[in-house]
Design a binder for this molecule. Structure first.
Ligand SMILES: O=P(O)(O)OC[C@H]1O[C@H](OP(=O)(O)OP(=O)(O)O)[C@H](O)[C@@H]1O
Length: 216
């Protein structure tokens, strides 16, 4: 039998800039072609997630928290954060929250549709995990519904906080990075469902936003 060999590429600590440069010269389309500016690199975010994992690990030690990723955008940050919790709280459980307000738009619709398992949160310390706090409406709405379902406490952690866009009286309890007032994508954040898989946060080219918004 022929022996299979796997070639190992040289270690790269951060690929964001190289990906954009490579996309610019590539003949075939890549989502990286649509990037106007890289705002936060993979490495910058990874460092913040490690710090946050230590802070939250200590904060929730002995509290048996419920980690609640807010779908869809929060799933990538939540996956990174849960593995960074140090120490990992005993009896930690994960429950997903479905929340949606933007759809194929860049402004919140003003109404957030929320669903979660109410039985799983009664009497528990809940930590909402989201990619972004923008108007604040999503986290405010989910928090109120968790408290109404009997949660013992509700706090939030976000990867990015876009304070300039706040429309309601709500600030996340834990913030990894402050975000400028620009439409951003990547690390779970979408533009009409695209770009969530980029492992960095970017400002898209205006024409790319228009194209994504008008795609099926
Ligand atoms: O502070 P806000 O103005 O409420 O905006 C923040 C929310 O918007 C995005 O979700 P979106 O409703 O776009 O759904 P998605 O997570 O499925 O992309 C994001 O993931 C946050 O949950």
């Amino acid at each position: 039998m022929a022996q299979a060999t796997i070639s190992v590429a040289p270690a790269v600590t951060d690929k964001s800039e190289q990906l954009c440069a490579a996309a610019a010269s590539a003949a075939t389309y890549s989502i990286h072609d649509d990037v106007g500016e890289v705002l936060f690199t993979k490495q910058q975010m990874a460092e913040k997630v490690v710090e946050m994992g230590k802070l939250l690990g200590k904060t929730y030690e002995g509290k048996a928290p419920v980690l609640m990723p807010i779908l869809k955008g929060g799933f990538i940050f939540a996956a990174d954060l849960i593995r960074a919790l140090d120490p990992c709280p005993e009896d930690l459980v994960v429950e997903f929250v479905s929340a949606r307000s933007y759809g194929a738009r860049t402004e919140t619709s003003g109404t957030v549709q929320v669903s979660f398992d109410a039985e799983a949160v009664a009497g528990r310390h809940c930590l909402m995990v989201d990619d972004l706090c923008d108007s604040g409406l999503t986290l405010l709405t989910v928090r109120d519904q968790l408290l109404a379902a009997g949660a013992a406490s509700v706090a939030s952690v976000v990867l990015l906080d876009k304070r300039a866009r706040r429309k309601v009286s709500y600030d996340p309890d834990f913030v990894c990075l402050d975000c400028p007032n620009q439409w951003v994508a990547g690390m779970g954040m979408d533009t009409n469902q695209r770009y969530r898989s980029m492992d960095y946060v970017a400002v898209l080219k205006p024409e790319a936003i228009q194209k994504a918004m008008h795609s099926a």
